[in-house]
Design a protein. Structure first.
Length: 341
């Protein structure tokens, strides 16, 4: 949630993601700055970012915690997300991501045990008492963070309390995350830049969603996930912006354009991945993600000859998108000078 523009400067200077983390930057720095900020400040910043997403046509967002790590701080972020839900005309699906990085001065195993033995039971109590609304659990399965076995244990503990497994995998290294995720019947796996052929087959067999985040690969100079190979194998593809301090883009039309240019998706594939498949990856496709009788009327009205211009006009989406509608009500209008005149 916390802005820190220095991430962009360091990355653009040539540092890798793990270089930044190992030097005390990245997630750990953001955790430190988030803990210093007041609840009011975090909520204000969060609401402003959600408004930017709405202007770009988004009506439903998966929002992860993960910049707290310790339970007290994670709970604080969950409460801020809960507050935002009541103040914005946007749908929010909450993902608990206490396993985003290692806790300060703790090993991966110590952090894993704290999450399984303390944080998840506390989260279960909150959910059962109606004090918390969380749908999914995430873990950063990566070398130097949580290994595949630790990630599996955390995800299974989350599934035991009714959360969907929706996690980071095979981003910087091939860790067997895709195979593990398919094995435990994870709902979705994000990133997958380093997925193996065996991982693709495993995900295809279980119909595990691949959440592709092209802006992250672009800004970190990573190779792109083998999206065409995944599609041909039958892996369902969804798209996400991965909005965070080192991937500071809140606009899904930009994500869709990058998916076409960098991941070789067709425009119709990008549209499906950003709408109905994204809704399905969040478990809400029965109500959202497509224009069908009986579903919620979440849609955008555009100033363009065809829908392809939403993707085609790179970075000009606020000109293309005129109205954003949430459940049948216009919640935002992007005015142009000619509209005012």
């Amino acid at each position: 949630m916390h802005i820190h523009i220095l991430f962009g400067k360091v990355i653009l200077a040539g540092a890798t993601y793990m270089d930044i983390m190992n030097s005390g930057g990245g997630i750990q720095y953001t955790v430190e700055q988030t803990n210093k900020a007041s609840d009011a400040k975090l909520l204000s910043v969060f609401l402003n970012r959600l408004k930017r997403m709405v202007r770009a046509g988004t009506t439903y967002v998966e929002c992860k915690t993960g910049y707290g790590l310790e339970w007290k701080s994670e709970l604080r972020l969950l409460n801020i997300i809960k507050s935002a839900k009541s103040q914005m005309h946007i749908g929010l699906s909450t993902t608990y991501c206490g396993a985003h990085a290692l806790q300060k001065n703790k090993s991966a195993e110590e952090t894993t045990n704290d999450i399984i033995n303390n944080q998840i039971p506390a989260l279960k109590d909150l959910i059962q008492n109606g004090d918390c609304d969380v749908q999914s659990i995430d873990v950063f399965c990566e070398k130097g963070v949580f290994d595949t076995d630790q990630a599996r244990r955390i995800l299974l503990a989350g599934k035991e309390i009714g959360l969907r497994a929706n996690f980071h995998g095979d981003e910087l290294n091939n860790t067997g995350s895709a195979e593990m995720g398919a094995e435990i019947e994870a709902h979705a796996i994000s990133h997958l830049e380093e997925i193996s052929d065996a991982g693709i087959k495993a995900m295809a067999d279980k119909k595990t969603f691949a959440i592709i985040l092209p802006y992250t690969g672009y800004i970190l100079r990573l190779k792109m996930p083998p999206v065409r190979k995944m599609i041909e194998a039958g892996v369902p593809i969804a798209l996400g912006s991965d909005f965070n301090p080192n991937a500071f883009s809140s606009a899904m039309p930009v994500t869709m354009n990058l998916a076409c240019v960098l991941c070789h998706m067709t425009l119709p594939e990008a549209l499906v991945a950003a709408t109905i498949n994204s809704a399905a990856a969040l478990g809400i496709s029965d109500k959202y993600g497509s224009l069908e009788i009986g579903k919620k009327a979440d849609l955008i009205l555009c100033r363009c000859p065809s829908w392809e211009h939403i993707i085609y006009e790179f970075g000009d989406h606020e000109h293309v998108i005129k109205h954003v509608m949430k459940e049948g009500v216009i919640v935002h209008t992007n005015y142009l000078e000619e509209d005012i005149e």
